[in-house]
Design a protein around this ligand. Structure first.
Ligand code: MG
Length: 416
């Protein structure tokens, strides 16, 4: 097989749902052969775009697109300092695009290149929330009627309100923010699960995301209190910076633990996996550098009985959702897939407003949800296309991010 030279690397920014998405397009010297990848860092999208256009493009043009491993290491090492989130997302965009090209050259969907299917469809979990428990339970029931067996339950998000003025009780002059009351959040969440189990029974697998908003000792007590509700997993109970506490959390509770959507560096997950301190590894694929490191991590975790539950939020593009699904299909140690980015088309068009349908217009070919499972299509590569004319209709927004400005009752910043 001859070479397939990279002739250009382009960035497309689009926000069909109002969330900034960063798409990388790698062009080659083969007629019509291009690859697409996700480099989405929604809250620093311009920095990623600059890095790709000013630093990675000159590094890559003229090189052979076949050599994914070598090109990944080249991009990873080229700036000398490694593993930052902006750098990793930029590398991911190129990496996914190179895998897309590889699949197109092979005439195979990526799951075939990863060893073939371990399962025909990917079981997913959805997010249920509500203004009160009754509404939350109604939403759980709607998902169950769609065949969904795993549901993440929150009551009012992650225990904070909307961004706004400091509440009563904060010190004079306290800035605006998303103010948290951890004690109230823990009390209400225990009550929430008590009522959910009473109303919807035990047949549904329930998850919950702490989103790093507790102090470690509170997280330990909280995980123990939740044991009686038989959670499928408790997510990010401990903040990234407090990772050493996970060993103590593990020793104290039998609630299954999921961790990792903020991880950037292999050293952040290595010990958690080799010491079997978590049950599910949840990295955000573009945040760790794309498919190449994601596949290595999946296979590494398999050796230690840790299952995957890749991050699948709205702030990643359908290209990344597709990458998740292709790895999921071929992973023996697959656990569950978070699914929030794409709806079943009939559900979208009939029940939701314009933006969801817009996502389908911009990214035709995205994996499809049907009756509890998500299916990749059988097109070569990732199987997702980009309609650039449609993408151009939805410009990105560079205004200051507010939802991450989370604060404790006394106004101290708390990780979001
Ligand atoms: Mg999460």
């Amino acid at each position: 097989m001859g070479t397939t030279l990279i002739t250009d690397v382009k960035v497309v920014l689009t926000a069909p749902e109002g969330i900034n998405l960063v798409v990388v397009k790698v062009e080659t010297d083969q007629p019509g052969l291009v690859g697409l990848g996700c480099a989405t860092f929604a809250y620093r999208h311009l920095a990623v775009k600059c890095l790709i256009e000013e630093y990675l493009r000159p590094l890559l043009v003229g090189r052979d697109a076949h050599a994914i491993e070598d090109l990944w290491q080249l991009m990873h090492q080229n700036a000398y300092w490694r593993n930052g989130p902006i750098e990793n997302n930029a590398i991911s965009g190129v990496d996914m695009a190179l895998w897309d090209i590889k699949g197109k050259l092979a005439g195979m969907p990526l799951y075939q290149l990863f060893g073939g299917k371990c399962r025909e469809g990917v079981p997913i979990y959805r997010h249920a929330d509500g203004r009160d428990i009754a509404e939350l339970c109604d939403n759980i029931q709607k998902y169950r009627e769609q065949g969904i067996t795993h549901i993440r339950c929150q009551s009012g998000g992650y225990g904070g309100g909307a961004f706004g003025a400091a509440p009563a009780g904060a010190p004079e002059g306290a800035p605006k923010g998303v103010y948290l009351d951890s004690r109230k959040y823990m009390r209400e969440t225990v009550k929430m699960f008590d009522e959910i189990r009473g109303r919807v029974g035990n047949d549904v697998a329930l998850c919950h995301d702490v989103h790093e908003r507790l102090k470690p000792i509170d997280a330990i007590r909280f995980a123990c209190e939740l044991e009686r509700f038989d959670l499928f997993f408790l997510e990010d109970a401990i903040a990234l910076e407090e990772g050493e506490w996970i060993r103590q959390l593990r020793a104290k509770t039998n609630t299954p633990l999921a961790q990792g959507e903020l991880f950037n560096h292999p050293l952040e997950w290595r010990t958690l996996i080799t010491e079997r301190l978590i049950d599910f590894i949840r990295v955000h694929l573009s945040q760790v550098g794309g498919i190449t490191p994601g596949r290595k991590l999946q296979i590494f975790a398999e050796q230690f009985g840790v299952r995957t539950a890749w991050h699948g939020p709205g702030d990643m593009s359908p290209l990344a959702h597709a990458a998740n699904i292709h790895i999921d299909l071929a992973a023996r140690n697959f656990g569950v897939q978070e699914w929030s980015g794409t709806e079943p088309p009939n559900f979208v068009i009939q029940e939701l407003k314009g933006p969801r349908a817009a996502l389908l217009d911009v990214f035709p070919g995205l994996p499809e949800f049907r009756n509890g499972f998500v299916y990749a299509n059988d097109k070569p590569g990732l199987g997702v296309d980009l309609n650039e004319a449609e993408a151009a209709k939805y410009p990105c927004d560079s205004s200051v991010t507010t939802w991450t400005q989370t604060r404790l009752p006394d106004g101290t910043l708390q990780t979001p």
